[in-house]
Design a protein around this ligand. Sequence first.
Ligand code: NAP
Length: 296
Amino acid sequence: MRMTRRDFAILAGGTMLASPACAQAAGPLIARPIPSSGERLPAVGLGTAGVFDTPDPATEQKAAAVLAALVGDGGSLIDTASTYGDAEIVLGDVMAQGSLRGRIFIATKLESPDETELKRSLSRLKTAKIDLLQLHNVDDPQQSLSQFKDWKAQGICRYTGITSTSHGAFAAVEAVLGREKPDFVQIDYSLDDREAEKRILPLASEVKAGVLTALPFGRGRLFRAVHGKTVPDWAQSFAGSWAQFFLKFLLADPRVTAVIPGTADATHMTDNLGAMHGELPDAEQRRRMIAFVESL
Ligand SMILES: NC(=O)c1ccc[n+]([C@@H]2O[C@H](COP(=O)([O-])OP(=O)(O)OC[C@H]3O[C@@H](n4cnc5c(N)ncnc54)[C@H](OP(=O)(O)O)[C@@H]3O)[C@@H](O)[C@H]2O)c1
């Protein structure tokens, strides 16, 4: 089943109607400047690892609802990869059917600086240009971004980046980040996994790289840790849900450009987007959040 623009609009409307209970109070949304350009990026995006792997009608329907929620609430960033099953195909189809390409900041990842892989991603995403092209899972300090920089100079991508979620590879990430100075680094950072604060975030600041936080919920680990508990009273002024509690902890660090929680559920997408509104925790509240999670 292919979705028409009308189907998409209906789905988008339904998603928005279902959403206010989850979202924080409306207001200006948090958008952060990309350090290398000053372009502002809405601070909550969407991760797509393992959620849109199969390009079948049921997956495309779910993806359409999630994307409708994302753009409907002012978001734009989607993170995917050439290796996330057929997620690029699903996203390309849904963006085309909803005429959404112009409203999405698309970040994808290649396994290597390989032109065939790049052309495959462009074709699957149905786009002539990638917003952010990342080298996936950097694990060698000698890895070069020169081909990615050439592609940026040719206008094939607007920004370059590197990614890793392996602490064992952090030394390689530091070496490549410091030498190649990409526009972005994507790293795992969550309330219960703060290793990136020690070396990656300070270096990202120094080289003026934006930071995307992969695994902001620790692949769902944080939700399992608070299962059956409610958000504490002292956090309810800034977090209307656990998702917002976890995401706002990260967004309260000004070095974080955007968080990219993964979801195939439009209601969860809307909940996550609520973290772009309202107050962020201050330093004392952040310490309390850490102590709370460590006490679980
Ligand atoms: N090396 C790399 O470059 C790398 C590695 C890993 C991840 N990443 C990127 O980081 C993104 C995020 O990582 P992830 O998706 O693995 O893990 P995650 O974002 O830490 O957690 C995802 C889990 O949280 C659940 N969830 C999301 N929103 C929720 C909400 N509001 N309430 C309750 N549950 C919620 C999801 O379930 P539902 O689907 O039911 O919502 C899913 O089980 C990836 O999708 C990918 O784009 C990059």
